[in-house]
Design a protein around this ligand. Structure first.
Ligand SMILES: [Cu+2]
Length: 192
């Protein structure tokens, strides 16, 4: 009886040790997977990877959220601009956007010309240390973040879908009135 009991306990402890080993190995693999995942995130840029995964997961698992996925793609697909401009905010009898580089260099609130179908990137650089943002009415383009400190910048990327004349401006209260506005002209491909 006592001997049987001892064997029984030995078997139990063997199973326990085996189970523990299993758990340890499992956890180690988990940690390794996590580490490589973190490494991947670091390499690809955490924000981008996370939002990509977010958009794809529901579609893969449920087949639902198709509309959501398309919507997310529309925002991220057009991220390789073919025309770029840089505007720096400045204090000048109020406020203004100052063109930097290219044909608009040194021009206050320059008129920006693009063609229908262009994917446009406008980089807003804070040059005066005052909080600003950037909005274009009618083109569904706006800065995701305000630039608050001197040197801070934000990229505004949009596709010029419809020809026409549009107005860009800073939507911080009072700034548009203080001078922060200009024009964007979208022309048909064959016009010059
Ligand atoms: Cu402003």
């Amino acid at each position: 009886m006592a001997r049987d009991g001892a064997i029984y306990i030995n078997v139990i402890s063997l199973i326990l040790v085996a189970a523990l080993l299993g758990v340890v190995v499992y956890l180690q693999n988990d940690v390794r997977a996590l580490k490589s995942e973190i490494q991947e995130l670091k390499e690809t840029g955490i924000g981008v990877s996370v939002s990509d995964g977010h958009a794809e997961t529901p579609t893969a698992e449920t087949g639902k959220g198709h509309g959501h996925e398309e919507q997310t793609k529309e925002e991220t697909v057009d991220t390789s601009p073919n025309v770029e401009f840089k505007l720096e905010t400045m204090l000048a009898d109020g406020f203004a956007f100052l063109g930097k580089g290219g044909a608009i260099d040194g021009v206050k609130n320059p008129t920006i010309k693009v063609k229908v179908g262009d994917v446009v990137k406008i980089t807003i650089v804070n040059g005066d240390g005052v909080e600003h943002d950037f909005v274009i009415d009618g083109l569904n383009a706006h800065a995701r973040d305000h630039v608050k400190e001197k040197g801070e910048s934000v990229d505004v990327i949009f596709k010029a879908e419809q020809p026409g004349e549009y107005t860009y401006y800073c939507s911080v209260p009072g700034h548009r009135e203080a001078g922060m506005e200009g024009k964007i002209i979208v022309v048909e491909e064959d016009q010059h």
